[in-house]
Design a protein around this ligand. Structure first.
Ligand SMILES: [Zn+2]
Length: 395
């Protein structure tokens, strides 16, 4: 398969793909600007979502997290059947694919349904079974684990992994968290949980256990057991000691800026501090009930604007860096190889046509490749959204 006349890093190129692998990225023999120019960039990795929540899109708007969960979300979720979850997850996968996401990290129940939807749309995914204390059913952990192992045995698709997702420290006891961390370690699985999403979660943890959430997890040896397999969604309310602890364990965190803003959970995500401490910072949308869509371009824009705003510094998090957070870093957390567009890498990229309004007047002729690429990327992130993606290639 050949993709001709596409700008890769600003250079007009032909991309050759064989059996899902990029076998050549060569400059076009002619340097004439094509009539219908296009740019290719790597596909996005959405590191925190609840796919089937497309069924609850925009539900409970205006409520803070705990009221939102208890009054708008949990009552609706009790009515969701496996068939409904499949419908919602399929909608989500199609939405993700059409807006440029090629890999996602999910947390929900009826995971067989989400697995089916991901396989049908051809996306890479880690699909985690969300667990609370109630799922342990009066200490009957064995049934639960047997169920998950049964699901694991039925999956033969190489693009899908499954894992464990304890919902949060306030819905899963320390003892059960330890049990799940041992289970994840034994099966070499990712360990995906909500972490320090709200100030209330942090304050409640300090009140109950005498320490903030990350220190609590460290004390329980959860971070020792999971390390780089730990994926903490939100990680919004952290102190410097907690950031260092996450860094020492090479943990991953997921920033979900649109969800945090919509639920009024906060906005001071400590990106630079986390990055510099060695934490792998990734980006996610969260489910459609709190982020309303699954658009990673929009998430990149919000993340970038927040960092510039809270630090009064427009040079923080330039476009190519936020793209790395939304692509390479996410894939690293999912233990997927990077998808930079180069020979030998997996063919996993998206194509964006430049004939759209927001890209008009990019100076293709007189600019250097770097200038062209930078201008394109800034316009995509700040003026565009995922609907500008015209083709998603994923293997
Ligand atoms: Zn979530």
């Amino acid at each position: 398969m050949k993709y001709n006349n596409i700008y890769v890093d600003g250079i007009l190129s032909d991309i050759t793909v064989d059996n899902g692998v990029i076998t050549a990225v060569e400059p076009c023999p002619t340097n004439t600007v094509p009539d219908d120019p296009a740019f290719a960039i790597p596909g996005f990795a959405n590191l925190h979502t609840h796919s089937a929540m497309t069924l609850l899109r925009s539900a409970g708007s205006g409520l803070p997290l705990f009221e939102w969960l208890n009054n708008a979300i949990f009552p609706r979720e009790t009515k969701l059947t496996p068939e409904k979850v499949y419908e919602g997850a399929l909608d989500a996968c199609n939405e993700m694919k059409s807006t440029g996401t090629t890999a996602f990290n999910d947390m929900y129940f009826h995971i067989e349904s989400t697995i089916q939807a991901a396989i049908e749309t051809g996306l890479n995914a880690n699909i985690a079974l969300s667990v609370t204390d109630a799922d342990f059913g009066n200490g009957n952990v064995k049934n639960f684990v047997d169920g998950l192992e049964k699901i694991l045995k039925t999956i033969s698709n190489t693009k899908i992994t499954t894992s464990i997702a304890p919902h949060a420290i306030y819905t899963v006891s320390g003892k059960n968290l330890q049990y799940l961390a041992d289970f994840a370690k034994e099966h070499d699985m990712l360990f995906h949980m909500h972490l320090s999403e709200t100030q209330k979660e942090r304050m409640d943890c300090i009140q109950q256990f005498g320490m903030p959430p990350v220190k609590y997890l460290e004390k329980l040896k959860i971070l020792d057991k999971t390390g780089s397999r730990f994926i903490g969604a939100h990680a919004l309310w952290l102190d410097n000691d907690e950031i260092q602890i996450l860094g020492e364990h090479k943990a991953n965190v997921v920033h979900c800026p649109n969800s945090n803003l919509k639920l009024g959970s906060g906005f001071r995500f400590l990106y630079t501090e986390l990055r510099d401490a060695g934490v792998n910072v990734t980006l996610g949308t969260d489910g459609c009930a709190s982020s309303d869509n699954l658009d990673m371009v929009e998430a990149m824009k919000t993340m970038s604007l927040l960092q510039k705003g809270i630090r009064n510094n427009p040079s923080i998090l330039p476009a190519d860096e936020v793209l790395g957070v939304a692509t390479r870093n996410g894939r690293k957390a999912l233990r997927l190889n990077d998808n930079d567009i180069k020979t030998g890498n997996v063919a996993d990229f998206i194509i964006i046509k430049l004939n759209k309004q927001i890209f008009k007047n990019i100076d293709i002729i007189n600019s250097t490749p770097t200038q062209r690429y930078t201008e394109f990327l800034n316009r995509l992130i700040y003026a565009g959204n995922g609907n500008y993606v015209s083709q998603t290639i994923t293997q």
